[in-house]
Design a protein around this ligand. Structure first.
Ligand SMILES: [Zn+2]
Length: 255
């Protein structure tokens, strides 16, 4: 996911400023479309400031049709996109008019990746809702895309090696890079899982052995990436491992 930081670079109101909030006040991620066939964070910011007389652009993120993600303000800034729910919502706007267009594949995947990224860093942002799912906006044609499908797509793991079933991997409740299942055992990318667990990882290419804090653990090299059995990581670090079959999620908790 390519993120371009536009904070401090977009048009803002001469005097008005958005209120601040605690990160823990954010309960949901709000998905919008721009209702314009084309557009950009700059264009939306100019419109929101000069026509709507707002403090700045209403959304925290804009996702272009090429899948580029633009961050427009801090997470702790209360934007303007869902009325009374603004304080508890973080706005994500996909460029396009989805009454007549569809999000591009790159844009849709970027939205999923952005939700993953945000939910792993803002634990209180549990809900993913379309604009029209907020109180008072049932009649709003935004974002028009099937939000139930979007939420299912967010929950589904992304295949990393097509020859194996994909699995989501959580380390201490934080999502890390996708893993896979080999013989019903969950494997995670060694480096990502180790770093998320705060451990020192190693890989001996001669013996094809992974290590966690110096202890050898069972690993496999798949498409040039070293994977490690997630339960072995938990064991090596004195933690616990669990598996949720419905969401295909392997979790470990380590101290
Ligand atoms: Zn909207």
């Amino acid at each position: 996911m390519k993120i371009v930081d536009l904070r401090g670079k977009l048009p803002v109101h001469k005097t008005k400023r958005y209120a601040q909030r605690l990160l823990s006040a954010i309960r949901s991620l709000a998905i919008h479309h721009s209702l314009t066939l084309t557009g950009s964070a700059e264009a939306f910011a100019r419109y929101h400031v000069t026509t709507n007389n707002w403090a700045g652009i209403g959304y925290t993120y804009v996702i272009g049709q090429d899948g580029t993600v633009y961050q427009c303000m801090d997470w702790t800034q209360v934007g303007a996109h869902v009325g009374n729910s603004n304080k508890h919502a973080l706005g994500i706007c996909l460029v396009g008019d989805f009454r007549t267009q569809k999000p591009t594949a790159a844009q849709y995947q970027a939205a999923i990746n952005l939700v993953w990224y945000l939910q792993s860093r803002i634990p209180s942002a549990k809900d993913i809702k379309g604009h029209s799912e907020y109180p008072g906006y049932a009649s709003k044609a935004c974002p028009v895309i099937d939000m139930a499908k979007f939420r299912a797509d967010v929950a589904a793991p992304v295949a990393v090696a097509p020859q194996y079933p994909a699995a989501r991997v959580l380390v201490n409740a934080k999502a890390v890079a996708n893993g896979l299942l080999i013989d019903n055992r969950a494997f995670a990318p060694l480096r990502a899982a180790g770093e998320a667990a705060g451990a020192v990882v190693g890989w001996d290419n001669k013996t094809k052995t992974a290590s966690i804090n110096g202890k050898p653990v069972y690993g496999q090299l798949i498409d040039g990436v070293s994977y490690v059995a997630l339960r072995a990581v938990a064991d090596a670090l004195g933690g616990t491992a669990s598996w949720d079959g419905s969401s295909k999620t392997a979790s470990i908790k380590v101290a």
